[in-house]
Design a protein around this ligand. Structure first.
Ligand SMILES: CC(C)(COP(=O)(O)OP(=O)(O)OC[C@H]1O[C@@H](n2cnc3c(N)ncnc32)[C@H](O)[C@@H]1OP(=O)(O)O)[C@@H](O)C(=O)NCCC(=O)NCCS
Length: 175
């Protein structure tokens, strides 16, 4: 079993396993509240994150040593999250989000590259995948910048607030 570090220093920001405290649960909830509309366009889970019970549970899940899941912190601010959400011995799926005010600076490109490197080198995965809404242009641009390839469109693959959505499957494989 791979044990992941608590902090990964990226120079001007850090990837952190936040301590599951009431204060951090409050901080995460306020970031989600401030970005609810922006994140909610493609991520339905934000609808359920309205209490500190939910944000605390989310922080707890990422805190385990055997989970490759990190909050993105700039100075003392929580600015986003990235992690493997589904993994087996062969492949892993990564999911991510970045607060609106921190978009456009290349943070997610650097972070996805970092997790991809960990996925192949430390987790010894053969395949890493990203499932993106077909309309999520910014996310597709991040995937392409990190060397992921679009394998095709999964028609009506995911239901977002009752509406079936076409998704794009991106992947990168070990060389
Ligand atoms: C998807 C998401 C993470 C993309 O964020 P982003 O800020 O566009 O991505 P990056 O951090 O890689 O930044 C890329 C931008 O920074 C610029 N940039 C600046 N320096 C850069 C660098 N060193 N490397 C790469 N890009 C850089 C790029 O040119 C690009 O600019 P653009 O906005 O004019 O196209 C973000 O929009 C988001 O969280 N959206 C809502 C949630 C979501 O959809 N999550 C994904 C679900 S699958």
């Amino acid at each position: 079993m791979v044990s992941f570090p608590r902090i990964i220093d990226m120079g001007d920001f850090r990837l952190v396993k936040l301590e599951p405290t009431a204060q951090n649960a409050e901080r995460l909830l306020s970031v989600i509240n401030a970005n609810r509309e922006f994140l909610g366009e493609f991520l339905e889970w934000v609808d359920g994150y309205t209490t500190t019970d939910k944000t605390l549970a989310n922080i707890e899940k990422s805190y385990c040593d055997d989970k490759c899941s990190y909050f993105i912190m700039e100075a003392d601010d929580i600015v986003g999250k990235i992690g493997f959400v589904d993994t087996d011995d062969n492949m892993g799926e990564i999911s991510y989000w970045l607060a609106h005010g921190f978009n456009g600076r290349g943070i997610m490109t650097r972070v996805l590259n970092k997790l991809t490197e960990i996925g192949f080198a430390d987790m010894r995965l053969q395949r890493i995948q990203l499932t993106l809404d077909k309309q999520n242009i910014r996310s597709a641009a991040v995937a392409l910048r990190c060397g992921y390839e679009c394998e095709g469109v999964l028609r009506k693959y995911f239901v977002l607030r009752g509406v079936p959505r076409d998704m794009k499957m991106f992947s990168k494989v070990a060389v």
